[in-house]
Design a binder for this molecule. Structure first.
Ligand code: CP
Length: 316
């Protein structure tokens, strides 16, 4: 694996290998007082973030440090980007300093792909516009595997702002690749045109996503429900009448939690809009795996850095 830019081209074997490595790393670190492996000693990982982040950025930093890499964090606001430096010049500058891997988050869809064409460094897409967030999908899959045992044949319902969500795009692709069925529930205004046909050329008509607008009807047949963040910062205009009306139709309330089968899991990528997308009590309930998602995020990102920077060398 040279880069991790999207889940589109992630083969089932590669995705499973990444998830297995993440699980092995988690087990290896369990109960250790000092969480430090020598695997990436001498390697430099740069996180380059043009958008705000808590989880993704911090967990890449922790992941790198737990594997003994040198980690450098750059925010657009405090860098020469603020003086007008282009993405290409910034990337070439970081590569010239010896970065082995650049982890980039950018508001423009396709930014990570462009970056990968300019530098000899490994590139990880940590979220590009409304396009892709592959490590989020991988950590969601890791969490579902832990809770449900397998994704094969499971039904995952993705709820909310699919239109602006890179998390939804990456998840739809990865979940179907791993054998799950995906059902989308959202207001018509927050669904991309033709979403029913996404990936049909790869997975065939039988595996394509289904779409509905009635959350209450979808929940009883669901093994996992992935609540999406409403991406107000990407919205120009009114996509729903009010936060209250959104919550009434698409919020995961305590009453709706009761509609889910007993084994079903609740996910949210965060940051959450509590009280609107998800009730406080649901987010904090044992059915929700939101903290586990964050915890697994570190191990998944360790696995990604390992496969990019160390695995081939170790095999050789
Ligand atoms: N889920 C996610 O990408 O969160 P951050 O924006 O905090 O990184």
């Amino acid at each position: 694996m040279r880069h991790l830019l999207s889940t589109t081209d992630l083969q089932r074997e590669t995705a499973t290998a990444l998830l297995d490595t993440a699980e092995a790393l988690k087990q290896a670190l369990l109960g250790r007082e000092v969480r430090k492996l020598p695997t990436l000693r001498g390697r430099t990982v740069v996180t380059l973030f043009y958008e705000s982040s808590t989880r993704t950025r911090a967990s890449f930093e922790v992941a790198g440090k737990w594997m003994s890499a040198d980690v450098v964090n750059i925010s657009a606001a405090g860098s020469s980007v603020a003086k007008g430096e282009s993405l290409r010049d910034t990337a070439l500058t970081l590569a010239a300093m010896g970065a082995d891997c650049i982890v980039i988050r950018h508001p423009a869809s396709g930014a990570a792909h462009r970056l990968a064409s300019w530098v000899p460094t490994h590139v990880v897409n940590a979220g590009d516009g409304t396009h892709q967030h592959p490590t989020q999908a991988l950590l969601d899959a890791a969490t579902l595997r832990e809770r449900l045992g397998t994704l094969n044949g499971r039904t995952v319902t993705i709820v909310g702002d699919v239109l602006h969500s890179r998390v939804a795009r990456s998840n739809i692709e990865l979940l179907i690749t791993l054998g799950a069925r995906v059902h989308l529930v959202a207001p018509a205004t927050l669904l991309p045109c033709g979403v029913e046909n996404w990936g049909v050329e790869n997975w065939g008509v039988a595996n394509r996503v289904t779409v509905g607008h009635d959350l209450d009807a979808a929940l009883p047949g669901t093994d996992a429900v992935l609540m999406l963040r409403v991406q107000v910062e990407r919205m120009q205009g009114g996509f729903f009448p009010s936060a209250r009306e959104y919550s009434i139709s698409y919020g995961l309330t305590e009453a709706r939690l009761e509609l889910l089968p007993e084994h079903a899991v609740v996910l949210h990528p965060g940051p959450m809009l509590r009280g609107m997308e998800i009730a406080h009590s649901v987010a904090d309930s044992p059915r929700a795996a939101i903290t586990e998602q964050v915890r697994n995020g570190v191990h998944v990102r360790m696995a990604v850095l390992y496969h990019l920077l160390a695995a081939q060398e170790e095999q050789a």
